[in-house]
Design a protein around this ligand. Structure first.
Ligand code: PHE
Length: 361
């Protein structure tokens, strides 16, 4: 039998073996027996080295054709077998969606996630969307557009983590607050705007109440006649629902943020009797968030006409809210991944907070 004939008969032979392979394992056996290191096709390929140049000119392409044909056939058969295998599995496996949830499931929800869910639920009921932005932020979104230009002293207060400059010399930052999401939202959406933006924030700071990574939630409302009264009413509704009390008393203290004018620090009335904080009434005040009317200069940066639009913004530490509501005293424990802490403070995995059902029950 000439080499040509040998190749032709091998072609027929192997095609039949591939067609007959009725499982992925059987197909793999065919592959090893033909294209594997010691396979029949590989064996013939090895023979090429001992051929005369003229012979090789003819046999090279012929053998290569065989090899390509075999590997194409195997790939085609493989996909047929895989589809068949998947279909067989799908027709056998079933999920009983009426089964009760496993009560002993051991995962739990981190207090921070729980608080974020609670906040989203409260604000959803007030008609707010949830917006997001990147953790690695441009200087423009984190500072400049928020009326904190390069030389502004407020930059120093932020203990910013800077990234290495890129090829254009631009230094990105780990966002120091969630306020850049205000900018992203105003630049991409027409008012009326009503959003909250929960997420991670970063500052180079670490003690019992500060960690280099922490969480904030931003609130932003922009419309034609949104005013301070709306801000106060919104915050009252939020804090009342969040702390699950019948009433809260707020104190708005004049403050300063470059991106709001006027700016207010908001305190909530509380008592520290018996060593624990009780929010709602009492003789003490607890500073809880920063807020104000969006500075017209910020609106201009976002191409909104300050003669038409106005609104309010607020920013609040989520971890701090969690500590106050659920009685933790060291923020660092939040991020230690200590299972004992997580089991103690964690929330049941499948309970989503709802206003109707009770936020934290
Ligand atoms: N971004 C401010 C901070 O991190 C908080 C804030 C947000 C204040 C929005 C006013 C309005 O400290």
């Amino acid at each position: 039998m000439s080499m040509q004939e040998q190749i032709a008969s091998l072609k027929v032979d192997i095609a039949a073996q591939i067609a007959a392979a009725d499982s992925l394992a059987a197909l793999e056996d065919v592959r090893v027996a033909t294209l594997g290191k010691k396979g029949s096709v590989s064996g013939l390929m090895k023979g090429l080295g001992g051929m005369s140049p003229d012979e090789r000119k003819v046999m090279g392409p012929a053998l290569n054709g065989l090899k390509v044909q075999v590997s194409d056939d195997i790939a085609a058969r493989k996909s047929v077998l895989e589809t068949a295998e998947l279909e067989a599995r799908l027709s056998q496996e079933r999920v009983d969606v009426s089964l009760p949830v496993m009560e002993h499931a051991s995962g739990s929800i981190h207090p921070n996630s729980q608080v974020m869910d609670e906040i989203a639920e409260i604000f959803a009921n007030l008609g707010f969307d949830v917006a997001e932005g990147p953790d690695i932020e441009s200087d423009f979104h984190n500072f400049t557009a928020l009326n904190i230009p390069e030389e502004h002293p407020a930059r120093q207060d932020h203990d910013t983590f800077y990234l290495k400059p890129d090829e254009n010399g631009e230094r990105k930052v780990l966002r120091t607050h969630t306020s850049p999401v205000q900018i992203r939202t105003m630049m991409s959406k027409e008012p009326p705007i009503r959003i909250i933006a929960p997420g991670r924030t970063y500052r180079s700071d670490s003690d019992a109440t500060h960690t280099p990574m922490f969480h904030q939630v931003e609130g932003l409302v922009i419309d034609k006649d949104t005013h301070l009264g709306h801000l106060k009413g919104t915050l009252e509704a939020f804090l009342k629902a969040f702390f699950e009390v019948d009433a809260v008393t707020l104190r708005l203290r004049p403050s300063y943020f470059p991106f709001t004018e006027p700016s207010m620090e908001v305190d909530v009335q509380c008592s520290f009797d018996g060593g624990t904080v009780k929010i709602g009434d009492g003789n003490d005040w607890l500073e809880i968030l920063g807020s104000g009317m969006v500075n017209p200069r910020v609106l201009v940066h976002c191409n909104l006409d300050p003669n038409v639009y106005q609104g309010f913004a607020f920013g609040c530490g989520i971890d701090r809210l969690a500590m106050l509501k659920y009685g933790m005293n060291d923020l660092r424990a939040f991020f230690d991944s200590d299972l004992r802490w997580l089991r103690h403070y964690g929330f049941r995995a499948l309970d989503l907070p709802t206003l109707a059902g009770g936020l934290s029950t």
